[in-house]
Design a protein around this ligand. Structure first.
Ligand code: UD1
Length: 419
């Protein structure tokens, strides 16, 4: 019988020390999909995450040699012929829909099982599909599969998105960079991961420019060439470690970050009383004994406050001297961690998209269950401060997005064991 590992955390230790931040999960996944458009690639700064393994498994299934070694993935696509991603591989990773644009561009056809619901509420892909249709992809649905075909070549188009979806923007970029003619994406997502995908595709010969207002312009090219690329550091992992240090009244230094990517998060941490110092690619945080409330946090598309940092920030607010209000504007049900935090003594009221957190004097250890990746990180954040022992179950969610989370926290002085 396979018993899933858990984290056991004894709260109370102040985090102190220095760590290096790994490559960004959300940057590497679309980049890996993009390797299908080139003969050979080496992608550096790839984090060792289960989502990255899942992406490599999809590449492998399609006929691409994808090998992970020492933080880099090398790919060879000469034998890519398969254009179908079966249900089990689609389910391994929510973001597998990102492969659609690249497979269609490479093979002229793609068949993927329909992604199901998800732990953050319904996660529709209507914008992905309607955009691909604008590029001349014909899409039909049969037996739970999406069948995408191109009659001839993909053709560039002007696409206006009703909402700046990160995944849909990436899918269009992947499909359009080798399409005939030009593509313009209005109201495109402006997350740093979009810039990174453009950087990668351009390194391979694509012609993508991003305007001041985030509009993406793509001039279709015949073919992309083999390349090497290093993905950006993970801004969400960085924000999580800062929250972990802040809640314990600790002081840490993060290396290998792009501080500008955390422009919406750092001022909120300062509002809670933390002192932040930013130098080139490091962020230094020193936290006070007791935190002040963050007052109002509204998640927004970049450059606004990231939805992925909402949950660790909520963990902080649970022990702040006052009340904080959260408004979740990106995903419908992204407060599942709130019920688990309540088991640790937090006072949180959730009403639709709003959560009101009344800071308490102290949290107590408890057995809690990760409901999703970032929600799981929030439970660890809270457990680091809680009095006594916590047992965190279903940590496979956390391992999708944080490399060596327990080891890094241990290095910083946390009492955490995985078994
Ligand atoms: C990406 C990130 C995720 C982050 C999110 C928002 C990756 C692998 N994941 O997810 O960590 O939380 O951006 O910053 O990069 N929507 C539709 N129809 C669509 C597409 C999206 O209604 O066709 C909705 C979604 O349900 C959601 C909102 O738009 O409510 C934002 O989604 P989107 O920006 O697409 O997020 P993802 O790319 O899935």
């Amino acid at each position: 019988m396979c018993v899933m590992a858990r984290y056991y955390i004894e709260g109370g230790a102040r985090l102190h020390g220095e760590i290096k931040i790994h490559g960004a999960k959300n940057a590497v996944l679309p980049v890996l999909a993009g390797t299908l458009l080139m003969d050979e690639c080496t992608i550096h700064n790839c984090p060792a995450l289960t989502d990255v393994t899942a992406a490599c498994n999809i590449l492998g299934h399609l006929g691409c040699k994808a090998q992970y070694s020492g933080g880099s993935v090398t790919t060879k696509t000469e034998n890519v012929q398969n254009f179908e991603i079966p249900d089990d591989l689609m389910r391994e990773m929510r973001s597998s829909v990102l492969f659609l644009g690249a497979i269609v561009a490479r093979c002229g056809r793609a068949r993927v099982s329909l992604p199901g619901g998800c732990e953050l509420g319904p996660r529709p892909i209507d914008m992905h599909l309607s955009s691909l249709q604008k590029l001349r992809v014909e899409i039909s649905e049969d037996h739970g599969y999406l069948d995408c075909r191109v009659n001839g070549k993909l053709r560039g188009a002007v696409i206006s998105m009703p909402f700046p979806s990160v995944g849909a923007t990436e899918n269009i970029m992947l499909a359009a960079c080798t399409a005939e003619g030009d593509t313009v994406i209005h109201n495109a997502a402006r997350e740093p991961e979009i810039q990174d995908l453009a950087g990668f595709l351009n390194a391979a010969g694509a012609k993508i420019t991003i305007g001041e207002n985030g509009t993406v312009y793509i001039k279709g090219v015949e073919k992309l060439r083999s390349t090497q690329y290093s993905v950006i550091p993970d801004r969400i992992a960085a924000a999580t470690y800062l929250c972990c240090a802040a809640i314990t009244g600790g002081s840490i230094v993060l290396h290998g970050v792009i501080p500008g990517h955390l422009n919406a998060v750092l001022p909120i941490l300062e509002e809670t009383g933390c002192t932040i110092r930013v130098k080139y690619d490091t962020i230094e945080l020193t936290a006070p004994e007791r935190l002040k409330p963050a007052r109002m946090i509204r998640t927004m598309p970049y450059p606004g406050f990231p939805t992925d940092s909402q949950s660790p920030m909520m963990a902080l607010s649970c022990v702040a001297d006052g009340t904080s209000v959260f408004v979740e504007n990106i995903f419908e049900s992204r407060y599942k961690h709130a019920a688990e935090l309540t088991r640790m003594g937090a006072k949180i009221k959730v009403e639709g998209r709003v959560a009101v957190v009344e800071g308490v004097e102290s949290l107590h250890g408890a057995t809690v269950f990760c409901t999703d990746l970032r929600g799981g990180a929030a439970l660890v954040t809270a457990a680091l401060k809680a009095n006594g022992k916590s047992e965190i179950a279903q940590i496979s969610h956390i391992e999708r997005g944080y490399q060596d989370f327990d080891k890094n926290l241990s290095l910083l002085g946390a009492m955490i064991v995985k078994r």
